[in-house]
Structures are given as structure tokens and as C-alpha cells.
Design a protein around this ligand. Sequence first.
Ligand code: 5GP
Ligand code: ZN
Length: 114
Amino acid sequence: MDDCIFCRIAKKDIGAKIVYEDDNVIGFDDISPQAPVHVIIISKKHIVSVDFIDESDADIMTSLMFSFKKIAEIKGIGNNGYRIVSNHKERAGQSVFHLHFHLLGGRDMKWPPG
Ligand code: 5GP
Ligand code: ZN
């Protein structure tokens, strides 16, 4: 989708600091980091959110899930712990409507989140 910022990053139309890529997903540094490590992991395919995943996306979801520990290792936070979150719809604070997960680390995390 041409008007989707994350599709444009996936197509490399817009620059991003890519830290991980495979056939199905890309991980890149968040433009407005909320922790010393803040990586956004997206599906290359435009999927609006978790509500829109279907059975044919199983390979994509597998790639997303396996990407987390790889990215944590690349960023050097695999041993100390990190958080994976996905904001879903407006009330949770989703601002980009293309499936993505935040991987946050490099500092202590509070619970519950705000
Ligand atoms: P959401 O608010 O949907 O949960 O997360 C969207 C995230 O994408 C935000 O943390 C925001 O800072 C990040 N973001 C939005 N636009 C861009 C961009 O153009 N480049 C990068 N690297 N991150 C972006
Ligand atoms: Zn998109």
C-alpha cells in the first residue's frame, strides 16, 4: 500500500535503520525510541493488525515469533530480558495500521504498562 508508512519501509522507499530481515519480516529501529533498544518488527505483507491475520499468514506469524530472539541477540539484550508488545486499535495506542510488534529493552520495565 503506497500510503502505508510501514509498507514503504518494507519496500525500502523510505529509509530505516534495519536490524533484521528475512523473507517475511523486517525489524528496524523505532524513530522515537522509548527504551535504549526499541525495534519495530513488521510483516512485509500489509496486514492491518492481529484482527486481520488468517490461516494463510501462518508462515509470516512464525517468522515474526522467531525474529524476536534473533533481534534481541543482535541488539545484545538477549540475556537480560526485554519486552514485546503490540498495540491494537486506538485505545491501546496503535498509530500505524500495519501489523507490528515493539521489542523494547536495555532498561528495567514496569508492570502494568500505562
Ligand atoms: P504504534 O503506535 O502503532 O504502536 O507504533 C508505531 C511505532 O512506529 C511508533 O513507536 C513510532 O515511533 C514508529 N514509527 C512511526 N513512523 C515511523 C517511521 O517512519 N520510521 C520509524 N523507524 N519508526 C516509525
Ligand atoms: Zn502497510
